[in-house]
Design a protein around this ligand. Structure first.
Ligand code: MRU
Length: 334
């Protein structure tokens, strides 16, 4: 991703490996500070995922792949490291896919760092292809709604939902993006908008409850979101609030697309009700900017994701093309 660092445009990734460390952009500090977080142990890599220094399904997967390489470099137990990494967050399938991929590679005797680098490069290339396949869906002059952050920060580079948007912009199309702010962690306001500013893509942040208003007024031409886990039926989990955006889109005849690499598809699950949904601390809801926003005795619920049934999805934008929900079989074995 192109980032303006004190006046210089630099091309950086969201996560990378340097010597015996895993380095990543400290996403909890964006958009105010651009800092690098360094993990030197598998436990520190686990912390970076569970505390959301790094987040977004494909980026979590790559971080875990690097975590496995770090385990080998630092002499930590391979199986114990895999188990610890898999326990960090339950919903994003890329995490499990990446750790299993690394275990398979390591047991075939390949170099751990090279295997992790190959995994990261492959994800980046898949996201670039998602951009290529998704770009024609965005009309010149079109307005796109996206939810959460499914950009380069969430995928190492390019993004999933943001990849077609980037590609359309780079092709010279005049587009406008509505970015849902995405309570409670504000990935849309803090991260998606930051990425769009870096790329010079015209956009506005809207509060999560404003999307229906703009869809009803036909000010949104299409929706593109990412996914954390997609089942064999095409039901998928994504950031909390996705489901209601999809329902309102269908009600208003607005096409709703899900952009994700094949590493996000979990064909072992038949339907969305099988997806484990992470519930995070109630204080993410109760406290804003270090200030309690409710009565101190008030409880909150904080599911990080929801499930959207396949019937609300017009197409899945993947690295092999755009597929309807009833065509997902074609991805098996990719
Ligand atoms: O809790 P997060 O920030 O990890 O959730 C991220 C999302 O829900 C993204 O939309 C999803 O991972 C797709 S990222 C390309």
């Amino acid at each position: 991703m192109k980032v303006n660092i004190t006046g210089n445009i630099e091309d950086i990734r969201a996560v990378w490996m340097e010597g015996k460390t895993v380095q990543m952009l400290e996403q909890r500090l964006l958009p105010h500070r651009l800092e690098i977080f360094t993990a030197r142990t598998v436990d520190e890599v686990c912390y970076s995922i569970s505390d959301m220094v790094v987040r977004g399904a494909p980026a979590i997967g790559v971080t875990a792949a690097y975590g496995m390489a770090l385990a080998i470099l630092t002499g930590e137990d391979k199986e114990a490291s895999a188990a610890k990494l898999k326990a960090t967050r339950p919903t994003a399938y890329d995490l499990f896919h990446a750790v299993d991929h690394m275990i398979e590679k390591l047991s075939s005797g390949v170099d751990a760092v090279s295997a992790a680098e190959e995994y990261a490069d492959a994800i980046v290339e898949k996201c670039r292809l998602i951009g290529e396949y998704g770009e024609p869906l965005i009309p010149d002059g079109g307005t796109v709604l996206t939810h959460c952050n499914a950009g380069a920060l969430a995928t190492v580079d390019y993004g999933t939902a943001l990849a077609p948007i980037r590609a359309a912009h780079n092709k010279g199309k005049k587009i406008f993006v509505y970015a849902d702010e995405t309570r409670p962690r504000l990935q849309g306001a803090a991260l998606t908008s930051w990425e769009l500013v870096q790329e010079g893509i015209d956009h506005a942040i809207i509060v999560d409850n404003a999307a229906g208003h703009y869809m009803f007024r036909k000010e949104i031409d299409l929706c593109i979101v990412g996914a954390d886990r997609i089942t064999a039926s095409g039901d998928f989990a994504n950031k909390i609030g996705t489901y209601e955006k999809a329902v309102v889109a269908k009600e208003n005849d607005i096409p709703f697309y899900v952009a994700a690499p094949v590493s996000t598809f979990d064909f072992s699950l038949a339907s969305g009700s099988d997806i484990p949904i992470e519930e995070r601390s109630q204080d993410e809801v109760r406290i804003v900017n270090d200030k309690l926003i409710c009565h101190e005795d008030a409880k909150a619920r904080n599911p990080a994701f929801d499930v959207t049934p396949a019937r609300f999805v017009k197409g899945f934008i993947t690295e092999i093309g755009v597929l309807a929900p009833d065509e997902l079989e074609r991805l098996k074995g990719c």
